[in-house]
Design a protein around this ligand. Structure first.
Ligand SMILES: [Zn+2]
Ligand SMILES: [Zn+2]
Length: 270
């Protein structure tokens, strides 16, 4: 069993829970913690899970919409924090003093260096983003495979042959519509940042990934980290659906990770 529950997604905060294995082997991981802990706890409970009993906490990158509460979340759960060393200590809340004070055990990972948490094999994949380094993750059990990729500005990395093969679930950024960003409310510098090579994926770039590389095994696609100002759910869904259809995958269950509130990918059960 491998299930991804998104609890929050987007520039106002990110948090997801990854549930894997059954019985005594079962583990739950928290991926990023950028929303208030009380809110996260409520969403986790709605999903039938508990933030304070997660077995591990993972950090994608240092941006505060992902890292703000990562140390306190690991501390409260008494769980190890898996992170790249350069993603920590970039602000007070992730400082080594705070990590020590809260008695959090840090385990470092690096690009493509897989590690195991119970029955789950986790492989970090480095992504081009303006918080160096930033990672997406491949999650695998004996019977299922999923991917989680947000916060990157160029699509090529996910078009690498074989990277997505075998996945039943994919959580993938579809941040903005290029026209809406160009005509939208953001100041010039921020538009350049978001739309740049180290920013966020546009719907068009997400389309490129899906149309060229969506695996034939795919059952569920969750579009994530949508901009509330420079995108609409309708445009993002229409674009991804067109890509899936072009790829011969029109039956894939397509959803959007809400900015707040839980969404469970329960299609991946084995
Ligand atoms: Zn982000
Ligand atoms: Zn980011």
């Amino acid at each position: 069993m491998l299930r991804i529950h998104t609890l929050a997604s987007g520039s106002s905060g990110n948090c997801a829970l990854i549930e894997a294995g059954v019985g005594l082997d079962r583990v739950v991981l928290c991926l990023d913690s950028g929303i208030a802990q009380r809110t996260a706890r409520g969403f986790a409970e709605a999903a039938g899970l508990s933030m304070t009993s997660v077995d591990a906490v993972l950090l994608t990158h240092r941006h505060s919409d992902h890292s703000a509460n990562i140390v306190s979340t690991a501390s409260r759960a008494g769980a190890p924090l898996y992170a790249h060393s350069e993603s920590l200590s970039t602000n007070k809340r992730t400082s080594w003093a705070e990590i020590t004070r809260r008695k959090v055990e840090v385990r470092h990972f690096d690009d493509r260096g897989f590690f195991k948490i119970g029955p789950l094999v986790v492989t970090p994949i480095k992504l081009p983003h303006d918080a160096e380094p930033t990672f997406g993750f491949v999650f695998e059990t004996d019977t299922a495979k999923a991917g989680f990729f947000t916060d990157f500005g160029r699509p090529e990395i996910l078009m690498e042959p074989g990277l997505l093969d075998g996945m039943e679930t994919l959580v993938l950024e579809s941040n903005h519509d290029v026209d809406m960003l160009a005509k939208g409310p953001y100041p010039y510098a921020l538009r350049q940042r978001v739309g740049g090579d180290l920013g966020h994926l546009s719907n068009e770039q997400t389309f490129e990934i899906l149309a060229s590389s969506a695996p034939k095994t795919l059952k569920r696609l969750v579009l994530a980290h949508l901009s509330l100002k420079n995108n609409t759910k309708e445009i993002a869904l229409e674009s991804a659906q067109r890509a899936l259809t072009q790829r011969g995958l029109s039956e894939v269950n397509l959803q959007i990770a809400p900015a707040r509130g839980f969404l469970a990918s329960d299609a991946v059960q084995a």
